[in-house]
Structure formats: C-alpha cells, structure tokens
Design a protein around this ligand. Structure first.
Ligand SMILES: *Cc1c(COP(=O)(O)O)cnc(C)c1O
Length: 357
C-alpha cells in the first residue's frame, strides 16, 4: 500500500466550549485529508492543516457539477475508543457514486487507512455529549480548468471533519413531511443512486415551498407516475404497516442508505418482518384510512431515525400514531445510538474501533 504523508498544523484551533451551541457543519478540525488524481492515477494521501483550496474560475465542477460526497460519523465509545460506524460500507458507496459520475474509482482500503489516520490525529475533537459525534465528510470533484463539457482528467478527493451535536437539540421529536406531487428529484436512469450535489440542487426549491407551508421536509414520489414512494431529501423512508416494516426497494433512483440497511438488518435480527418493495402513496393513504399505518420514520446518518408525526399529500393530512413517536421508531433509535457508543453490544461488526484514548 502507498504511504500517507502527514503535515501537522503549527497552531491548533480552540475546540467548541459547548457542542450544543454548534450549528451542524459549521466548525472544522485542524487537519484534512487530500488525494489528487493526475496522469491517470490517484496519488498519495496527504494529511495537511485544514485550509481553503485554490480554485480557478473555470474549474469544471463549478460549472458542470461532476462531484460526489458521503457522510459518516466517529464516536467516543464507553470503553474509551475513537470508533467509526460502518466505514467500509460508506467508502464503498462513495466509490459507487464515483462510478456513476465517471470519477475514477479509488482503493477503498487505502482511503480507509487514511481516514483512520486522520481520526487518530483529530480524536480529541470527538465530542462526548449524548448523541454528539464527529461528522466525517469525504468528497471528490473534477479539477480541470476548462469550459468544454467533458469528463474530467484531474480530480481532488478530500475528507474534512466537523464536530456535531445531537440532531435533536430539543429531544427526540417527530417531523412533519410534505409529499411532493409537482417537483421531482431524480428518475430511474438518472443520478438518484449517487450521493452527488446535483440531487440536492434539484431538491432546494421544493424544500423551500414545504418550509413556507410549515413542513420540515419533502417526501419525493417517482418522477414518471408521481405515485411510488422514493425517499426524503436526505433520508430514506420506512413505514410500519400491520407490524411489517416496508420501505421502497433500491430501484435506481434512490440512495442506498447505510442507516436504512442497518435498520433492516437490526429489525430482521429482532424477528420483525421487513419488506423492500414498490409502495405507492395510494397504498399509504389506504393503510392510513384503515388504521393499518402504525409508524412512519426516516433513516439517515445525520438524525439516525426521524419519526414522522404528520404526512401531507395534496389536501390529505395524515397524523401518524397520534403525532407521537412510535414504539418501534424509539426502540430502533435507542438501539442504533447504543451501537455507536458501544453501550449496545455490536454483534453485527458495524463499529470500527480506530484508536484508544
Ligand atoms: C445520505 C443520504 C441518505 C441517507 O443515507 P445514510 O447512509 O443512511 O446516511 C438518504 N438519501 C439521500 C438522498 C442521501 O443523500
């Protein structure tokens, strides 16, 4: 394996006094990981002081968006380790996003080693308040300076780290979701299966409208029929219908969430029936009308589990489980949070302990 070059910062920043007052993704650690792709290959990983990057105004990414990212977290465990949750699953997905955007794939083991080295150097930045973590943001983008539309020849991959507080600053609480029946985010054959800025750009306008109407997020329907459930902007969506956990199958237009995968694997281990299949908004409405829609919740690295208290579809307002957090949602939230910190025994092998404090 290639070496990893480390250049330490001369002066270290002050860490946040109280992580609760830190807005998500607004504080960054002292170092970052950088790897450049040139002359047909990825070069050596460098860990350097965190600093702005020099971009030419003709940088192709700014104009055409050939870029990808991922998001995962490191935690302080109860037995005193800095640990990362499912790092290989995240880096493999990052590579899959690269493939979809025609960004050259990288060696997962080498980047994982670089990430673990970075975590080791920055471990004091991992907050320890309940639910807090060190958010890890890998990203890669074209570095060619030219306005012709082509696949890039040069790329930069970076990993930056940001200490974040618990997602629910006022306690674990249900969100209100608006089912979007006008705008679409991704279609089969498009970029929906990649974690790429384009999908977020496509979601901003509908998100603003939903906010204006008093809703937290948008639930996307498929782009062709405006009928089959896809996902929430940055979360997958799951329903508990007559005791079964139902979630849209990975059909090509939604992201393969690692938290979604964790929820399905944990539910199966508990003996709870799970089904990945096509599910329409009409079916959800009918289940609601029959009293069969027991719980609705989102899954994603940021919030882990996000219970849905209300769904609005056209003029139909559906108050799920009386607007309260469902029993399954709460149990899953507590269980996965316990896996993060080692309070729950990790029989799944999800947690990669990087270094002891
Ligand atoms: C990141 C993301 C998710 C959640 O994925 P996790 O791996 O669970 O964090 C879901 N949908 C979209 C569009 C995303 O970008």
């Amino acid at each position: 394996m290639k070496d990893i070059k480390i250049i330490k910062a001369d002066k270290l920043k002050a860490k946040p006094a109280d992580i609760k007052n830190v807005r998500f993704g607004s504080v960054f650690t002292d170092h970052m990981l950088v790897m450049d792709y040139r002359d047909g290959k990825w070069g050596e990983i460098r860990i350097e002081p965190y600093a702005p990057i020099d971009l030419d105004p003709a940088n192709a990414t700014l104009h055409y968006g050939q870029a990808i990212f991922d998001g995962l977290k490191a935690y302080k465990t109860v037995d005193g380790y800095a640990a990362v949750f499912r790092p290989y699953d995240h880096l493999k997905r990052f590579n899959n996003s690269a493939k979809i955007l025609d960004i050259p794939e990288f060696d997962v083991d080498y980047v994982a080693e670089g990430l673990f080295k970075l975590i080791d150097i920055e471990k004091e930045w991992i907050p320890s308040a309940p639910g807090s973590s060190l958010y890890i943001r890998p990203f890669a983008f074209a570095m060619d300076n030219q306005l012709g539309v082509t696949v890039g020849k040069e790329y930069k991959m970076m990993i930056i780290l940001s200490p974040v507080s618990a997602y629910y600053s006022n306690g674990f609480a249900p969100v209100k979701i608006m089912v979007e029946d006008k705008y679409v985010r991704a279609v089969i054959g498009g970029l929906g299966e990649a974690k790429t800025p384009a999908n977020y750009a496509a979601s901003l306008h509908a998100g603003l409208i939903a906010h204006d109407k008093g809703y937290d997020q948008v639930l996307w329907l498929d782009g062709v029929h405006r009928q089959y459930i896809e996902e929430v902007g940055s979360m997958n969506i799951l329903f508990k219908i007559k005791g079964e956990i139902v979630t849209p199958a990975l059909c090509g237009s939604i992201l393969s969430g690692i938290t979604r995968k964790t929820v399905l694997e944990v539910a199966k281990s508990w003996g709870v029936p799970v089904s990945e299949r096509r599910i329409s908004i009409d079916e959800v409405c009918a289940a609601y009308d029959n009293g069969d829609l027991e719980e609705v919740f989102g899954s994603g690295t940021a919030a882990v589990i996000s219970p849905v208290g209300e769904l609005l579809y056209k003029d139909k307002k559906m108050v799920v489980n009386g607007g309260k957090i469902g029993e399954f949602s709460r149990k899953m939230f507590d269980f996965i949070n316990g896996l993060h910190t080692g309070e729950v025994k990790d029989d799944f092998g999800y947690l990669k302990k990087v270094v002891k404090f």
